[in-house]
Design a protein around this ligand. Structure first.
Ligand code: SF4
Length: 358
């Protein structure tokens, strides 16, 4: 396997063999020559925690390849099942993006050699859609068993002579699922004494994980939705929607993931979109349920960081709370607490008034 291929798909057996052949020990990795590798390993896990996806940087093949097993070691050393799931999914999402632009032959090779699928070229077009591949229905059923959207049900597929027709993107999505399982399998709890340079990166990962644990779990949020505590960016998205402005993908994602996380019922959320815009109701429902983790890969998405919203031009009308936080949910928690303190005290009960006037 070429270094470039191994860097793209470091979870594959051949890539692992390339790393093994180098016979690197922990003390080797602690030397200054591997600083970049250690930094990238920590970055992989941090991106998984903060963004839910590892980026597909490929500027330095060896760094990409070697950083993967070290990132796996970092996650294993944490021994947090939640982090295991998040990291495996984030790496698998990276694979999905890479596979969509991959040569068809390469995609097919991975499917056949690494997963043993009976995948063949197709090139058939139905309803204007090119189906690049066909996959034996046994393999299809196994690899799609955790997908819950209707489009993956066998009855909704075109099946010819025992083979399911698939687009390249769909094959990439199926491989994403297999990659996630493979990566998760590698995440076994380990207790290990690490040299200082490696431990320092693990400490950084731990810090980011602890800072985000509450956000990712949605802990500490008010038990009911408090509209007045919404951050300015979310107000901006919501007001735009209500005013009929065409919302960007990121605006819709930020708004939906925020409202889901603070506890707005999904039906109300779908109604919000369909009542104020010309969105397709079925598609809106699907997208909302996908973000809420009810459909698709069962991942409940949380709103992006302020930095990300800023990049997309959604960070608007900042106020004093914005200066103190890095995430819209932190804003919501602080503002909700503030509002609770500002509430006027309840009027005394009738019995108390009677007692006071006596
Ligand atoms: S700083 Fe964060 S919470 Fe405040 S408006 Fe910008 S993105 Fe929203």
């Amino acid at each position: 396997m070429l270094e470039r291929e191994a860097a793209k798909y470091p979870f594959l057996t051949e890539a692992a063999k390339l790393v093994d052949a180098l016979n690197l020990q922990l003390d080797d990795l602690a030397s200054p020559a591997y600083e970049k590798v250690l930094d990238r390993a920590a970055e992989r896990v941090v991106q998984a925690i903060e963004d839910g996806a590892v980026d597909d940087a490929l500027d330095d093949y060896m760094t990409e390849l070697l950083s993967f097993p070290i990132a796996v070691m970092f996650v294993s050393a944490k021994g947090e099942p939640f982090l295991n799931r998040r990291y495996a999914l984030a790496e698998a999402v990276r694979v999905y993006f890479l596979l969509q632009d991959e040569e068809r032959d390469k995609l097919a090779q991975i499917a056949r050699d690494d997963f043993g699928w009976a995948l063949k070229d197709s090139g058939e077009r139905y309803d204007g859609v090119l189906h690049d591949f066909r996959l034996h229905f046994h393999d299809y059923l196994r690899s799609s068993s955790s997908f819950h959207e209707d489009k993956w049900k066998l009855v909704n597929r075109i099946v010819k002579n025992g083979y399911v027709l698939l687009t390249q993107r769909e094959v990439a999505r199926l491989i994403q699922g297999e990659a996630e399982i493979l990566i998760k399998d590698r995440l076994k709890p380990v207790k290990i004494n690490l040299p200082e340079p490696i431990q320092r990166r693990l400490d950084r990962v731990s810090k980011v994980f602890e800072e985000n644990r509450t956000r990712l779990g949605g802990e500490g949020l008010p038990s009911e939705v408090i509209n007045e505590a919404f951050p300015p960016c979310i107000r901006f998205c919501m007001e735009g929607l209500l005013a009929g402005r065409r919302a960007s993908h990121m605006e819709r994602f930020a708004l939906t993931s925020f409202l889901v996380t603070v506890g707005m019922p999904l039906d109300s959320l779908v109604d919000l979109y369909t009542s104020v815009s010309d969105f397709d109701p079925a598609m809106t429902k699907y997208q909302v349920e996908h973000i809420a983790g009810v459909k698709g890969n069962r991942t409940k998405y949380t709103p992006p960081l302020c930095d990300t919203l800023r990049t997309h031009g959604i960070c608007r009308n900042k106020d004093d709370i914005c200066e103190r936080i890095k995430h819209p949910l932190s804003y919501y928690r602080i503002k909700a607490r503030r509002l609770a303190y500002q509430k006027p005290p309840l009027p005394p009960q009738a019995s108390n008034i009677t007692q006071q006037s006596q």
